[in-house]
Design a protein around this ligand. Structure first.
Ligand SMILES: *Cc1c(COP(=O)(O)O)cnc(C)c1O
Length: 397
């Protein structure tokens, strides 16, 4: 099927035409100086998106999951204690990975729909007088539940406990779409991928590493070869890569960072917030509830929406694709069948968002849910109106 509809899954996201072209390039010799002209600006661009002066940016041919593995295997040793909150499928999977690597994970279990409890982190760290906990793992935006946690508060908790633990943040569905301040928040390792806020095809794991985390790498005892950041950093210093790089994707990354910075990061975040708020108003007009429990937890990149008891949310997702050629996200883990997700990150305008809201209404009406056609669209339109100010909202990456 040739389908021009935008997709509304929370990654991979819609690819702007300019980025599709940037990725599609003829082969170059990656051992020639031509490669450094692509890699250098891509790394610099990511650093700016991370709002970091001091991070070392490292990119692997992988996805976000590979980024998790690179983070833990480069900075930790077998048996190391780490502290992590589980509040959805993605935080759960990172914890599972840590355990499979022989790490000793202290889990803070939270209801799905809740955020990271900074006060609990402070208590647990304060009680760890011998500083056995090496790292705190935090999922900035839980893509399964549409919950954004407060990473600045996690940093304050670590500092208040006067604990030396490193802070590793999964920013896969936040970086490039919602405010992220690597230096200000004292993030030691930030992880993301190419296929969400960077609007590229999947294939890159992107990491920012603080000087403290770079230092931890010399003592870290977990095995790593393909994901060894020391090899990668040494190769970058010489303008190269330790193995064959995904040149097209890196060229795309250079263009993606240029595109985000040209729009202005704050404008990008504001656009995401405005689009997300319109979608939330539509959800309210439909009489449905978000999984996220409180407004301060609402994610600007994905909304997980609970369906009425007894209704299978997977039917909604399947019918949207079959009948209207529109993709929404399914509920994951505990939320399977109970919720569907609207991804609203990356290359998206208000007008595109309205089409997704309209399609969701048709699907719900087809399946007999009590939704009035146009109710969500109208609620979002009210929010998206320019009010004759002439402020153009056409522009989106
Ligand atoms: C998408 C995502 C990941 C990584 O998934 P990959 O499929 O490996 O790219 C990790 N964490 C979060 C929060 C995500 O949204």
């Amino acid at each position: 099927m040739s389908n021009q509809n935008p997709i509304f899954i929370p990654g991979p996201t819609n690819i702007p035409e300019a980025l599709r072209k940037a990725v599609d390039m003829p082969t170059i010799d990656h051992r020639s100086p031509l490669f450094a002209e692509i890699l250098g600006p891509a790394l610099c661009g990511v650093k700016k998106v991370l709002k970091s002066e001091q991070a070392e940016v490292i990119v692997f041919p992988a996805t976000g999951t590979g980024g998790w593995e690179a983070a833990i295997s480069n900075a930790l040793s077998p048996g190391d204690k780490v502290l992590a909150t589980r509040n959805g499928m993605f935080s759960h999977r990172w914890i599972d990975m840590c355990r499979r690597h022989g790490l000793d994970v202290i889990v803070i279990p939270r209801e799905w729909g809740e955020g990271i409890p900074a006060d609990r982190i402070e208590e647990i760290l304060a009680a760890d007088g011998s500083h056995r906990i090496r790292a705190v793992l935090a999922t900035h935006n839980e893509t399964a539940t549409g919950v954004r946690s407060d990473i600045a508060a996690v940093r304050r908790a670590i500092d208040a406990a006067m604990h030396p633990a490193m802070l590793f943040v999964d920013g896969v569905s936040s970086i490039g779409s919602m405010d992220f301040r690597m230096d200000e928040w004292g993030v030691d390792i930030a992880v993301t991928g190419s296929q969400k806020g960077f609007m590229l095809p999947p294939g890159l794991a992107i990491l920012g590493i603080s000087p403290k985390a770079m230092q931890a790498m010399s003592e870290a005892g977990l095995p790593r070869t393909y994901f060894d950041i020391r090899d990668m950093a040494a190769a970058y210093a010489a303008g190269g890569f330790p193995y064959t790089p995904p040149v097209g994707l890196l060229n795309g990354l250079r263009s993606a960072t240029e595109m985000l910075l040209a729009e202005g990061l704050e404008n990008v975040f504001e656009r995401h917030h405005r689009i997300a708020e319109g979608i939330r108003r539509a959800v309210g007009a439909w009489g449905l509830q978000l999984c996220a429990m409180r407004p301060e937890l609402y994610s600007d990149t994905v909304s997980a929406i609970r369906v009425p008891d007894g209704f299978d949310a997977n039917r909604l997702v399947a019918h949207a694709l079959n009948a209207y050629g529109v993709s929404f996200g399914t509920g994951l883990g505990e939320l399977a069948g109970k919720a569907f997700r609207i991804g609203h990150l990356g290359s998206l305008t208000e007008t595109m968002a309205l089409s997704g809201i309209a399609a969701a209404e048709m699907v719900m009406a087809d399946l007999g849910l009590p939704v009035r056609l146009g109710s969500g669209v109208a609620a979002a339109q009210e929010h998206y109106l320019c009010g004759g100010t002439g402020n153009s909202r056409q522009k989106a990456a």
